[in-house]
Design a protein around this ligand. Structure first.
Ligand SMILES: [Fe+2]
Ligand SMILES: [Fe+2]
Length: 327
């Protein structure tokens, strides 16, 4: 796993990458660095094939992480997106490393998507990312657990989007949905559920104090704005829109934008609502501390009638300490 110290270094100009993410015999069009205390030493220049003997030497020297420079990040990302399918299906790579590679790649990709959500190429990439996440989760009993371990507890819209996507796929799967296409639709809707927030200013989104009625009015528009943004691209399945438009609706009619009640809310809206609130509560914001899983779930039960009870029970079992990941 990439540690906190490495994350701090990442904030500067080098990014830790998993050795397992490099495919043997593939050409790498980015430089690779090795970390020696606080220095980054060039290990391999661009356009050299990565050979089995290179991999072995690194392992023999206890090097399981390499570094890339910020300028090369997009090249590396492109390389991973091209190879992620083989990585997920490679039995020699530990599941924890696969989960780390999926999560790291998703972070970079979702940042791009949120910067430019109507770019067709970005939507296509996010759909591929969701498909890979779904096939990874469908692979085994502990894969979901491995992904949960990777989740960031600092709130950013991009990490929140990935977390909600992962949690929603996990909840849907745990509730009995095992069809890949259906899970893809839920995952895509979940990943893009807050895309409408790109129209709300950061100052309002991160405001520490109470929001004014006007500011709240803007916030409440984000599901509809998200729907409009995605509708314009016409690239996602009609069912995925429910997750975007209805993730703030509540079964007891207290939600927004339309104050729908239980039988009016699509199951995808109900699934993403639970994943969304849980992630929002368990991550840290500029204006609030994160709470642990148990108090977060308790609070959701106390919000009487807001969430679908059957789904909430499934979610509690899924996230519970004894059942985590046992699908
Ligand atoms: Fe939202
Ligand atoms: Fe959200």
């Amino acid at each position: 796993m990439i540690t906190q110290t490495e994350k701090k270094v990442e904030a500067d100009s080098y990014h830790a990458i998993y050795l397992e993410s490099l495919r043997v015999d593939s050409m790498l069009d980015f430089d690779l660095y090795i970390r020696k205390s606080n220095n980054f030493v060039l290990y391999r220049g661009t356009n050299l094939p990565f050979k089995e003997k290179n991999r072995k030497t690194l392992i023999q020297n206890n090097i399981n992480k390499l570094y890339i420079s910020s300028e090369n990040q997009h090249k590396y990302q492109h390389y991973i997106e091209k190879n992620i399918h083989q990585i997920i299906n490679d039995p020699t790579i530990p599941e924890s490393a696969k989960a780390g590679i999926i999560y790291d790649n998703a972070k970079l990709m979702v940042k791009d998507v949120l910067k430019n959500p109507t770019l067709k190429e970005n939507i296509k990439r996010s759909q591929e990312m969701v498909e890979n996440t779904v096939s990874f989760i469908l692979k085994g009993k502990s894969t979901f657990h491995n992904l949960i371990q990777m989740m960031s507890f600092d709130y950013h819209t991009y990490t929140h989007s990935i977390n909600v996507c992962t949690l929603a796929i996990g909840l849907a799967r745990f509730s009995g949905i095992d069809n890949q296409l259906e899970l893809d639709k839920i995952g895509t809707g979940a990943l893009l559920h807050d895309v409408g927030k790109t129209k709300v200013s950061e100052a309002i989104l991160n405001k520490p104090g109470k929001l004014t009625a006007m500011e709240m009015g803007f916030i409440k528009k984000h599901p509809k704005w998200g729907y409009d943004i995605m509708k314009e691209t016409d690239m996602i399945s009609a069912d995925s829109y429910h997750a975007i438009l209805q993730h703030h609706e509540r079964e007891n009619g207290t939600g927004y934008p339309d104050g729908l009640t239980a039988d009016q809310i699509h199951p995808y809206g109900k699934i993403v609502a639970i994943a969304d609130v849980f992630d929002a509560m368990t991550t840290e914001r500029s204006y609030k501390q994160a709470v642990n899983s148990f108090p977060a779930l308790k609070e959701m039960y106390l919000d009487k009638g807001a969430f679908n009870l059957t789904l909430l029970e499934h979610f509690t079992k899924l996230m519970g300490p004894t059942n985590l990941g046992n699908m």
